[in-house]
Ligand binder design. Sequence first.
Ligand SMILES: [Zn+2]
Length: 248
Amino acid sequence: MSSNGYIPERALFIYAHPDDIEFSVAGTAAKWASLGCEVTYVVITDGNAGSHEDGMTQEKLAAIRRAEQQAAASTAGARQCVFLGYDDGMLQPTLALRKELVREIRRYQPNVVVCGDPTFYYSETYVNHPDHRAAAVAALEAVFPAAEMPLAFPDLAAAGFGPHKTNYVYISHAHDADTYIDTSEYIDVKIAALRQHKSQLGDWDPTERIKSWSANTGKKVGFAYAESFRRITLKPIVTESEAKETGK
Ligand SMILES: [Zn+2]
């Protein structure tokens, strides 16, 4: 278990819906961005089924939710937000989706890919949403090994998206979390980012919910507020001081 202070140079957050990042990992995104990381969001669906409003259409809702997500990304300090335009509620971890994610990983060349948990259940009271699971499976299948294989999707390489090896994968909401990020100074930014999703929140103020989730996570490692991850090392970054200690 580590309370990890590593700040990547570039990080790519890959999630299914507008608002997934804000509910789960926007504290980490805001922290990394404010400490100099180039943060990019990839939002796979347009969340275009999430409305009960009369007269709403999928097209209208997609436009609203993209604008809200863009505002939320800017609030957290993300450099860009990429929308892949898939339909809400229908997501599958297809080869076509894997290829699009490989393209974005190769385009932005992150040290860290952050994504959700690909399992069916990670709590005693929740079955993972099919879109969340599909997004996580597709992200993990894109980051390893396809993104780093020169002969995977050769037309991508021909179009200028050559292979890229990501250093670390951070899986949020994992039941076997081993990495905790102290987000105490960024809890207000996280809440402000979430509040950009006005079409979803209505009059509900998410402050207490977000603070209580983040405090419960922080309690495990002695932070006021935290977000937790399972961290997978694909290609370790050896810092200068570590290299001196180990003689590498
Ligand atoms: Zn979601």
